[in-house]
Write a protein that binds this ligand. Structure first.
Ligand code: ATP
Length: 363
């Protein structure tokens, strides 16, 4: 069973001055698809390279299938890695590229190797390309070959480092589905690094969010979306980003009122929230754009003004005068005039509350 377990993994560069990955512990079950996401420089690739054996951890351990492989050479680990830039040998044909890894890692005869490449090529729909050189292929075809080269080795663990970043949007969507199908069919454990939160959310059984070398949260994509552990995760997951407003807390016996600190609004929560806000004076209040509703006449809500309307086809984004960027994502049929005052509202269950000092979620 190809589980992957990282324990207290740390990697520094520059004689310890740069901490790329800090005390990272994480486990991936057999057959699970983990996506690792975070902003540029947060340590995603370094983590993946430590799992592959291409980078040596400063401290901590990597175990694959229950075996500690921290000191095992990359070639001896049963993993295959797919890179953003394909990393194909330019002078070899597709057959040569796919066969090469097999020659290194198995003792199959040449005919057996070629047979296995042909079977994989058929599965990947690239059998027509076997005699071509990489320079004769499109970006999408090169990535299929790179995937095929990884699959043909029948690894226990698949590692992907932003494999679709060089492809256009349509092809990216097709390849996402294809990678998921293959991973599922082959029952392989996969760890997939991307900076694209949408890709991470749609592809992963489980998602790990990193920032500044540290794991912020891990869990099923829906759980992370519904219950972000902190303000960073709340803002990183979901598009457009979660709106966040500074508010002061008025915790009275009959309910909790949040009053805007920089924007002029009040929002009442039921007394069910009294415990959450006990002793809390200031909060950062988060509401996702898709949770904001334009209220009808007479309902109690927050009064504001529409600064800009951005139609995106199915929906409209309303930029509201509540903060530097406060967006409501509403149905395309809702088209208030720019400059017009409107009332917005949201379910109290949709309100996220963060500690302004630590960023940690209070709800
Ligand atoms: P990106 O999305 O931009 O690829 P990332 O999240 O994959 O970023 P890493 O490539 O893991 O981030 O880099 C993490 C940090 O470690 C960065 O500050 C980077 O500059 C630094 N770093 C990575 N590799 C090295 C190296 N070989 N030598 C020195 N610093 C490095």
């Amino acid at each position: 069973m190809a589980t992957v377990r990282l324990e207290n993994l740390r990697k520094t560069f520059d004689s310890g001055r740069l901490v790329a990955v800090d005390d990272l512990s994480l486990s991936v079950d057999h057959g699970e698809f983990l996506t690792v996401v975070g902003p540029s420089g947060c340590g995603k690739s370094t983590t993946l390279r430590m799992i592959a054996g291409l980078e040596r951890p400063t401290s901590g351990s990597v175990a694959i299938g229950g075996d500690d492989v921290t000191d095992t050479h990359a070639r001896k680990r049963d993993v295959a890695m797919v890179f953003q830039n394909y990393a194909l040998y330019p002078h070899k044909t597709v057959m040569g590229n796919m066969e090469f890894g097999l020659r290194m890692s198995t003792d199959l005869s040449k005919e057996e190797r070629r047979e296995r490449v042909r079977e994989t090529a058929e599965m990947m729909d690239i059998e027509e390309l076997l005699e071509d050189k990489p320079s004769e292929l499109s970006g999408g075809q090169k990535q299929r070959v790179a995937l095929g080269r990884a699959i043909v080795r029948e690894p226990d663990v698949f590692l992907f480092d932003e494999p679709l970043s060089n492809l256009d949007a349509k092809l990216r969507t097709t390849m996402r589905t294809e990678i998921q199908r293959l991973q599922d069919e082959l029952d392989i454990t996969a760890i997939y690094v991307t900076h694209d939160q949408e890709e991470a959310m749609t592809m992963g059984d489980k998602i790990a969010i990193l920032d500044d070398g540290e794991l912020q949260q891990t869990g099923r994509p829906t759980d992370v979306y519904d219950d972000p552990a902190n303000e960073f995760v709340g803002g990183f997951v979901g598009s457009p980003s979660m709106n966040v407003l500074d508010a002061v807390v008025d915790n009275a016996a009959d309910g909790v009122t949040l009053r805007g600190a920089t924007a002029d609004f009040t929002y009442d929560l039921s007394s069910a929230y009294a415990d959450v806000f006990e002793g809390v004076e200031e909060v950062r209040m988060g509401i996702r754009p898709e949770d904001v509703r334009v209220a009808g006449d007479g309902s109690t809500g927050i009064t504001t003004t529409v600064d800009v309307i951005e139609p995106i086809g199915s929906d409209n984004y309303l930029y509201l005068d509540l903060g530097p960027e406060f967006i409501a994502r509403v149905d395309s049929g809702i088209t208030p005039a720019v400059g017009e005052g409107i009332e917005i509202t949201f379910d109290e269950m949709a309100v996220h509350v963060f500690d302004p000092r630590t960023g940690e979620s209070l709800t």
